[in-house]
Ligand binder design. Structure first.
Ligand code: NAD
Ligand code: TYD
Length: 361
């Protein structure tokens, strides 16, 4: 039975990936989820799989070399899927150092531990071992409004935010391991994800949460920055397909022709909530475009991200399956049906975070 070591599996994409993998492979695989449970890690995301015999959760920091080495010593890990990271641009602007710590040094620890466990005396690697580093399209910088401009795997790195700079650095480390040691790895650079279990600091869940509470919907700058949105389960599928069918040592961009301005997204959220809520629901009365509030722009705000997923489509046959109209409906329904999840993650420190980020803007 193949054993996966997933880092950051209690976060948004990691938990969707684990849930996807068990739906697809059931008892054919074993997953060890290593997560330190920062504010973004939530074991409630894994309720559907936590009792499985072929699932193990280990609370550990990816920067903790001894703890990570021990996991490799005690388990014959076949695949690493490395999600664990600090992931929010706004937080990286306020506190860059933890991004360097987790995203750069944590990735170095993971690479070293896997290399140590998988390397043979002649410097080659045990058959079938693979490391997949999950990264972002933000490493490529920002595109202008030319609709024919896209990020490709060959686009030079030009990160702007401390978040994207830390992810670019971690990508470079993975590339260095591949180039220097022929370390068996892949990198995926994905566009913005949305879907269930996303922490409400990111645009879509934050605005769903605020709209339902009748609170202002903060839009940075002119609201015309563009992101290329991908339904999270399509990303999970892409990661699995890259490990199954991709060529080792290659980078694959994941995303796909679903570019939207932020202001369009905010209006779609309001419209969809109106459709989904019963007339008798008191939360419906609050819903209107009047909630939209333009606030001062994010520092260094990247204008546009867009992926042309030509390589992953041609080589692996992956393309996005969930149309945005369907995906956003599913997502909003999920948040409406999981108000308890939202209450749990927005209690405690969340109010302090919100106050700090959004007051005086
Ligand atoms: P997230 O913030 O929701 O989850 C991150 C997870 O990592 C959390 O469970 C957290 O507890 C864990 N973690 C953080 N620091 C850790 C540490 N030191 N040791 C162990 N665990 C730690 O992030 P996400 O949105 O699920 O993103 C996952 C990965 O995908 C990241 O590497 C991110 O850069 C990348 N990515 C995200 C998006 C997106 O739209 N969210 C798009 C492309 C790529
Ligand atoms: P976000 O979800 O933080 O993802 P990223 O910065 O990684 O792309 O933000 C998506 C876009 O939405 C980005 O252009 C910033 C903007 N934004 C707002 O306008 N208001 C908000 O409250 C948030 C969180 C983001």
């Amino acid at each position: 039975m193949r054993t996966y070591l997933v880092t950051g599996g209690a976060g948004f994409i990691g938990s969707n990936y684990i849930n996807y993998m068990f739906k697809k492979y059931d008892n054919e695989i074993r997953i060890i989820n290593v997560d330190v449970l920062t504010y973004a890690g939530n074991l409630e995301n894994l309720r559907d799989v936590e009792d499985r015999d072929n699932y193990t959760f280990i609370r550990a920091d990816i920067c903790d070399r001894d703890a990570i080495n021990k996991i490799f010593e005690e388990n014959d890990i076949d695949r690493v899927v490395h999600f664990a990271a600090e992931s929010h641009v706004d937080r990286s602007i306020v506190n860059p150092e933890v991004f360097v710590q987790t995203n750069v040094l944590g990735t170095a620890t993971m690479l070293n531990a896997a290399k140590k466990a998988w390397e043979l005396p002649d410097g080659s690697f045990k058959e079938g071992k693979k490391f997949l580093h999950v990264s972002t399209d933000e490493v490529y910088g920002s595109l202008d409004d030319d609709p024919n401009a896209y990020f490709y795997e060959t686009t030079p790195y030009a990160p702007h935010s401390p978040y994207s700079a830390s992810k670019a650095s971690s990508d470079m480390l993975v590339k260095a391991y591949m180039d220097t040691y022929k370390f068996p790895a892949n990198i995926t650079n994905c566009s913005n994800n949305y879907g269930p279990y996303q922490f409400p600091e990111k645009l879509i869940p934050l605005h769903i949460h605020n709209a339902l509470a009748g609170k202002e919907l903060p839009v940075y700058g002119d609201g015309k920055n563009v992101r290329d949105w991908l339904y999270v389960e399509d990303h999970a599928k892409a990661i699995d397909m890259v490990q199954e069918k991709g060529r080792l040592f290659e980078t694959y961009n994941v995303g796909g022709h679903n570019e939207k301005q932020n202001i369009e997204i905010v209006k779609i959220i309001i419209d969809t909530l109106k459709e989904e809520l019963d007339d008798s629901d008191p939360r419906k009365a609050n819903l209107s475009y009047d909630l939209i509030k333009y606030i001062s722009d994010r520092k260094g705000h990247d204008r546009r991200y867009a992926i042309a997923p030509d390589k992953i489509k041609a080589e692996i046959g992956w393309e996005p399956e969930t149309m945005f109209a369907e995906g956003i409906k599913k997502t909003i329904k999920w948040y409406l049906n999981n108000t308890e999840w939202m209450e749990h993650v927005t209690s405690g420190d969340y109010e302090k975070y919100y106050e700090k980020m959004y007051s005086n803007r």
